[in-house]
Design a protein. Structure first.
Length: 326
């Protein structure tokens, strides 16, 4: 069927979303194909941009008309100043960013091929995230939703806990992380959106419907979903007790870098605005798909008008499965 939603903004001031986690200076090289061995490879385009999971999600919030704030850490160096300036100039409130003496700002080199796939070489200084400030319910009370990634687990844990105490949506970007990180953060999250690799790793199977069921039983208190790229997204419907599959919009992928982050940012804003969960998943899926059509990582995040127009043209395919015993 075709959805008629135009993703209209709610009345009143723009909803406020706090994003917590990665802030990285990325150097993107566009190449014909990814390397398979040693040697030299010549790119035909390049871009340097500040992004990272939480940073790109915050940019998606801002592009969609939300009010985005970012808590992350950079080194007290020129790269850190550039990261903060780049993100601030992109409409993100960076007043909560931490500058760490003696640590180097995070950087990465990324190759993106003509099929939109990428090869990422990241560097995170272990000293960046050693300092963790206290976070109280008052610190997050002015936000309508909180989204954390897995790159700064201790701060993520404090922020999720404070959000839950304040009665705010506490959303976890459940990406691949170090041992025990997801298990530490998930119990205090109200919503968990897993990447396919992280979900399969936790569930011990690659059957995505089964994966959702296993994760829902593991984290019964939270909304559970899994994003699977061109395979679409899956989630547990807490109202009906079914597992729902939403097919992905069909696009020609130019660059998949930051697509998951754009999904998470759109998801957090939609939750903050009170959209029903199925509509939230559609909005997030469209936003991620539109991003994939543009080279440049987070710069491909769509506007609210672009998402609304695409929603009207999307032939949505939704299927449901009963949650079966394991």
């Amino acid at each position: 069927m075709t959805t008629s939603s135009a993703f209209e903004p709610p009345p009143g001031p723009a909803r406020r979303v706090l994003c917590v986690g990665a802030a990285v200076m990325d150097t993107l090289f566009r190449v014909r194909s990814l390397p398979t061995g040693q040697g030299k490879i010549l790119p035909y385009d390049m871009l340097q941009i500040a992004e990272g999971m939480a940073s790109s999600a915050a940019f998606a919030v801002a592009r969609l008309g939300g009010n985005a704030s970012l808590w992350g850490a950079v080194g007290n160096d020129a790269t850190g100043e550039r990261i903060i300036a780049d993100l601030g100039n992109s409409g993100i409130d960076t007043s909560g960013m931490l500058r760490v003496d003696g640590a180097r700002s995070a950087v990465s080199t990324i190759l993106v091929d003509d099929h939109g796939e990428r090869l990422i070489v990241p560097f995170y200084d272990a000293g960046l995230h050693e300092t963790v400030k206290p976070v109280t319910r008052e610190d997050v009370s002015s936000f309508d939703a909180v989204l954390v990634d897995v790159r700064w687990p201790k701060l993520a844990l404090r922020t999720l806990s404070a959000a839950r105490e304040a009665g705010k949506p506490a959303i976890l970007d459940g990406d691949v992380a170090g041992d025990g990180v997801i298990e530490m953060l998930a119990p205090v999250a109200s919503h968990i959106v897993f990447s396919q690799p992280a979900a399969e790793r936790l569930a011990g199977t690659a059957e995505l419907v089964k994966v959702v069921g296993i994760l829902k039983r593991k984290f019964e208190h939270a909304f559970i979903s899994v994003t699977a790229g061109e395979k679409g997204s899956f989630w547990f419907d807490d109202r009906t007790g079914e597992i729902v599959h939403l097919t992905a919009p069909k696009v020609r992928a130019v660059d998949t870098l930051a697509a998951g982050d754009i999904f998470h940012g759109a998801f957090a804003l939609a939750i903050a605005e009170g959209l029903p969960i199925e509509e939230t998943m559609r909005v997030s899926s469209i936003a991620a798909a539109l991003k994939c059509q543009v080279f440049g990582g987070r710069t491909g995040a769509p506007t609210r008008t672009e998402v609304g127009d695409a929603l009207r043209d999307w032939n949505v395919d939704v299927s449901r499965s009963a949650l079966f015993p394991l």
